[in-house]
Design a protein around this ligand. Structure first.
Ligand SMILES: C[S@@+](CC[C@H](N)C(=O)[O-])C[C@H]1O[C@@H](n2cnc3c(N)ncnc32)[C@H](O)[C@@H]1O
Length: 274
């Protein structure tokens, strides 16, 4: 259900029950995906970013995740400040590939990855052993952090599923220190982008940069399609191949085509707490 429809429906409806319903559905989907990949072959769950002019140098072990990493690299380097020495929270950190990349390449003081999916958080806590990097189970709508305690909050391809996006933005505003940054990277139906912008503006945070990166997402999905397909065919039960390919944005599926046809747009926002 689109953000716009959900917004309309909940105006008069039992909002709390709907919130719980959507949170549960998302939770089960990501928990199942996490159970299938016990050998840590899929540590990113985003669509990726491609740019023919980008020559990002990566360590050998990161090469296979190039496009997914490039999405993180793009959003983190949109920040008008260095991450070095800062305290960073990633909300919706999934299987931790992005939080690990930030911790290893940008030298922040700390990175905490937060996710609703306990299985994914347990996996991350066991899989990564990097100074300053930790993971916590929690809900984006009720962040378990003190007010004004963080320098940067990052959200990559997670917010589209939140049942109450305004609550999330208000939580980000609460936990950020004055002058701190919020980096949001996600997709929306084209007709919901105005609403998203409105919700961001009313959060108290100031939009300092907005960018549409849909062509880069389409390119990445196309270049990474065979790898995604091969992983799904090897790890996922056959019955779920079609649904998984669609979720992974394999070339030709609904997710990929929704960007190609312009139904969905992928956006990057950099916001600052005044
Ligand atoms: C598409 S994945 C992206 C993961 C990661 N950012 C990446 O790029 O690999 C979305 C993640 O958001 C998490 N998520 C969904 N709803 C959440 C919520 N309300 N609070 C925290 N995490 C949530 C899911 O469990 C999932 O791991």
């Amino acid at each position: 259900m689109s953000e716009k429809m959900r917004h309309k429906k909940t105006i008069n409806g039992p909002r709390i029950l709907l919130d719980m319903f959507f949170t549960r559905i998302g939770h089960y989907l990501y928990s199942y995906a996490s159970r299938l990949d016990e050998d840590a072959e899929a540590i990113f769950l985003n669509y990726g970013y491609a740019d023919e002019n980008l020559k990002l140098e990566l360590r050998e072990e990161d090469g296979k995740n190039r496009y997914c990493i490039q999405l993180y690299n793009h959003i983190v380097t949109s920040l008008p400040a260095e991450l070095k020495g800062l305290d960073v929270l990633e909300v919706g950190s999934g299987r931790g590939g992005g939080a690990s990349y930030i911790a290893r390449y940008f030298y922040p003081n700390s990175v905490v990855g937060l996710d609703l999916c306990r299985r994914a958080v347990t996996f991350c806590a066991e899989h990564y052993a990097i100074n300053g990097l930790s993971f916590v189970c929690g809900n984006a709508l009720n962040l378990p952090f003190q007010s004004k305690s963080l320098d940067v909050v990052v959200g990559v391809e997670s917010s589209h599923g939140y049942p109450n996006i305004k609550q999330f933005f208000s939580e980000v505003d609460r936990v950020l220190k004055p002058g701190g940054y919020f980096l949001l990277s996600d997709f929306r139906n084209k007709d919901c982008i105005g609403l998203l912008r409105e919700q961001l503006r009313s959060s108290g945070l100031k939009i300092i940069r907005e960018e549409t990166i849909t062509p880069n997402i389409i390119k990445a999905l196309e270049l990474d399609s065979e790898r995604r397909k091969e992983l799904i065919e090897r790890l996922v039960p056959k019955l779920l191949h079609k649904m998984s390919m669609a979720l992974a944005g394999v070339k030709g599926t609904g997710a990929h085509m929704s960007f190609v046809t312009g139904k969905k747009e992928y956006l990057n926002f950099v916001l600052q707490k005044p």
